[in-house]
Structure formats: C-alpha cells, structure tokens
Design a protein around this ligand. Structure first.
Ligand code: ZN
Length: 466
C-alpha cells in the first residue's frame, strides 16, 4: 500500500470528534502553533486540535491516550521555556478557541474564565466589576489565563498578590485519559481533603490540561504613586524595600530593580532620556497605593524625602501624571524593544536569595567580562521576589554560544543556592539544569507524580523532566 494514501485513523477520529475547522493539518497549520516565544526554529506539529469546549478536550485526550500519541498543550504561545513548542509528530492541543469570561461573582470576588481567555480580557472583566486581577505580566495581550496558571506565572506585582498560584481558587482539568476533574471552588477556605488543583498549577501541561480557572479577585488599589529611585547598590535597595514595607505596608505594589547595564541600553541605543543627572548603579521602580483621599502624592513625596535625607536613596523621580508614570514604566519595559538591537537574547529568569543578590550581580558581571565582554546585557528584575532577569544579547549567527552562557550562569545560580527558574518554568529550555535546584529525591517524586497522573507519558513529553 502506498504510505501517502494510508488513512491516518487517529486524525480521522480527531476530525470526527471536533467537527469542521476543529482539526488542522499540513498547510492549514498556522505559524503561531509552530513555535513559542523561546526562539527555537518553528516546528510544525502533526496536526493542531482546536476544541471549542471541555468535552472536545476530553475527546482529544482520550483518543490520543488510546493511540499512545504525544500531545503538546498550547495557549497564548508566549512561554519562554520551550514548553509549548511542538516536536515533530506531536498533536498540538490548542485552547485558543476556548476563550471567554463566564462569570464575575461580586459577592465571592471571583472570576471564572475558559483557559484560552487572554489575560488582558480577564483583567478588563475584573476592572468592569470594580475589582482587579492579581496576575499581571508584559505578555498580557496575548498570553492566556490557562497558560498563566499551568506555568504558575509571576510578573510585576507578585510581591503584593503572589504568583498565579495564590490567585487560583478553583480549576477544571482534563486528565490524559479524558476524565474531567471539576473543582470550580470559589471559597477562600476549603480543606476537604487533598487540594489536587495545586498539583496542576505550575505543572506546565505535563500532568493534565487546564480548561477552566476560578480566580480570586482583589479590591482595586487607589491613590497609586510611582517613583524611580536611584540607589547606590543592592544592599541599599534591600534597605529601601524594608523601609517602604514598614512605612506603607501592603500598599507597596511594585519594586522593580534595573542595574546600570540595563539603564545604559535603555538610554543609549533605545533612546530613552536619562532619568538622573548622575547615573546610578541601580534604579528601582516603586509603586505604592496610598488609598483614597487627598494628599496621597504629598504623603508619598514626604516619605521618599525622608529616605533621601537618610541616604537610603541617592535620588528619586516622582510621577506627577499618567504620562510621567508611563515614562517611568518605559524603562522597565524596554526589554520588549531589544529586537531593535539586531541581536538575539539568551534569557534567564533566576532566583537568588535576597541576601546574596549583590554577589549574584557581581558574579554575572565577572562572567561577562571573562566570557562575553562584547555582548550587551540587561540585568533587572523583581528584587522583592528574589527574582533576577538576565539577558545577554548575542549576534544572531552565534546562537551556538548559548550553551556555554547557560552553563556559566546556571553554575553561578547553583553556587549561590538559587533557582534556575523563578517564574518562566522549565519546559525543555531549562530541563537539563533542573538538578541544580532540585535534589535527586525531589526529582524522583516529580517522576512518581508524572507516572501516576500520565501513565502513558503522552502529555508534553520531555518538558520539565527528561
Ligand atoms: Zn519577570
């Protein structure tokens, strides 16, 4: 029999279960389903399954599990760890057609959304109800809430609202054999046995497929004040953090650090104006919600003034308007413009114990001076969360150098007792470094969980664990 005419029984069954337009193959496969944001070469999957509802997801998984066919789970494709990037021969299960906020429950302060809903749409629905979603990150326009939860996403307000995990109250999950687990809990307290939902948060699609999410919402912060603060070094930044926490308590919303290399890129090739007359080694973007009422700006300025007098701060720029605020945030968001520099980024999202943050920055600088002195770098991150981002910008034709940069940076992370992933996850991109952060016993437990929940190993094979 001619191989080309052999009927593909699995694809026929999937097409039958999903209906017209529910399965794409060959030239119908969209570019977006062939690569995530990690930067690897696009790889078309065997087919893309596009269910409209949980029943469809269940049918896809049941059929693939019976056939032993590997499945890669896809959301907004903004992941940076190569978790949703297809391998040849995999069926891509995309949640993109399962989009929509189903309910905002004002009494419970919860929101229920389908997994494929873009984060920005979730944020808007919460705002329309006078509340706010605690999850926020730069990719908000294209990332999906299901992906945010599956990767336990972080972002810019984790110090106040926690990672995605802390915002989830309930989940609906489909297991690899098609079984639907419905735990759409809305109550803050629910200690009825194991909280299985926690297992799926941050599992990067390796244990089950999240189809619905219940989020706990928060009151909208009022009287938000923004400042860019110049500090002499990491120790002073941590002193500033402690002082702001004591003075403003839970009002402190944002504490984002940017070191001089990062500011040099922003104010040099990327063309932003210099924020300070005397360029500092470290600048911190701070936001504090002062609450409703008059005098918020004055009270905030007075608080910063006291820190200036004591020498905790070297300088500070306060936003007096929404335009000012956008201008200050533009520094923090300048990495989104790195594409203009004609180089590709080797990206790190590492955790370092706060007390060793200064050592980490010195270590990164020493590694660069010794091994990649000609490559511009950004050092920045969510300092309050112990999370550093490091981007080495290398020429596009030198991508083969990534392995040696990875080895050097992850070696430093291991030596400082840090984590190889603070918020982006492991996927395939960091899988080979996972043992720098987790013990053999922890890895064995992860393998036990994987074997118990996905016995045929069809879900996101090779992601997180080899
Ligand atoms: Zn981040």
């Amino acid at each position: 029999m001619n191989v080309a005419t052999t009927p593909d029984r699995l694809l026929e069954a999937l097409a039958g279960a999903l209906g017209p337009a529910g399965l794409r193959t060959g030239a119908e496969i969209a570019a977006r389903n062939c690569a995530d944001a990690y930067g690897a070469a696009p790889t078309p999957p065997r087919a893309v399954a596009l269910p409209r509802d949980t029943k469809g997801v269940s049918a896809v998984l049941r059929l693939c599990n019976a056939a032993g066919a590997p499945v890669v789970v896809q959301g907004g494709m903004t992941g940076l760890a190569m978790g949703a990037h297809p391998e040849p021969g995999e069926i891509a299960l995309s949640l993109e057609r399962m989009s929509g906020v189903e309910e905002v429950d004002r009494a419970a302060s919860t929101l229920t959304a389908l997994a494929g809903t873009p984060l920005e749409q979730v944020q808007q629905a919460a705002a329309e109800a006078g509340l706010m979603c605690g999850i926020d990150l730069g990719a908000r326009g294209s990332c999906s809430i299901g992906g945010n939860v599956a990767t336990n996403a972080g972002g810019n307000q984790v110090l106040r609202y926690g990672m995605a995990r802390r915002n989830v109250l309930g989940l609906e999950v489909v297991q690899p054999d098609g079984t639907v687990l419905r735990g759409l809990n809305k109550m803050l307290k629910n200690n009825a046995g194991y909280d299985w939902t926690q297992l799926y948060i941050g599992s990067e699609g390796t244990l089950g497929v999240i189809t619905r999410v219940v989020l706990g919402l928060h009151p909208r912060p009022e009287g938000v004040q923004t400042a860019l603060c110049a500090v002499p070094d990491a120790a002073s930044a941590l002193e500033l953090l402690g002082r702001l926490e004591r003075r403003f308590g839970a009002g402190l919303q944002v504490f984002e650090a940017m070191w001089s290399e990062f500011l040099d890129l922003a104010t040099g090739p990327l063309g932003l104006s210099r924020p300070f007359a005397e360029p500092p080694d470290l600048a911190v973007l701070v936001e504090v919600a002062m609450g409703p009422g008059e005098g918020a700006t004055e009270a905030f300025a007075e608080g910063l003034g006291a820190l200036l007098e004591e020498g905790v701060l070297a300088d500070a720029v306060l936003a007096q308007s929404e335009q000012d605020r956008a201008r200050l945030w533009a520094y923090r968001e300048s990495p989104y413009e790195y594409g203009q520099l004609g180089r590709v980024g080797v990206n790190f999202d590492i955790s370092i114990p706060r007390a060793r943050m200064a050592e980490a920055v010195t270590g990164l600088r020493e590694l660069r001076a010794a091994h990649w002195p000609g490559d511009p770098c950004g050092i920045f991150g969510h300092l309050a969360d112990s999370n550093l981002h490091y981007i080495a910008l290398i020429p596009p034709d030198e991508k083969n150098r990534q392995g040696s940069i990875d080895a050097a940076v992850y070696g430093l992370v291991r030596d400082l007792g840090g984590s190889v992933s603070a918020e982006h996850g492991i996927g395939k991109g960091k899988r080979d470094w996972l043992h720098y952060t987790r013990t053999p016993e922890e890895l064995a437990l992860m393998r036990q969980l994987k074997a118990a929940l996905d016995p045929k190993g069809i879900l996101n094979p090779g992601r997180v664990l080899r």
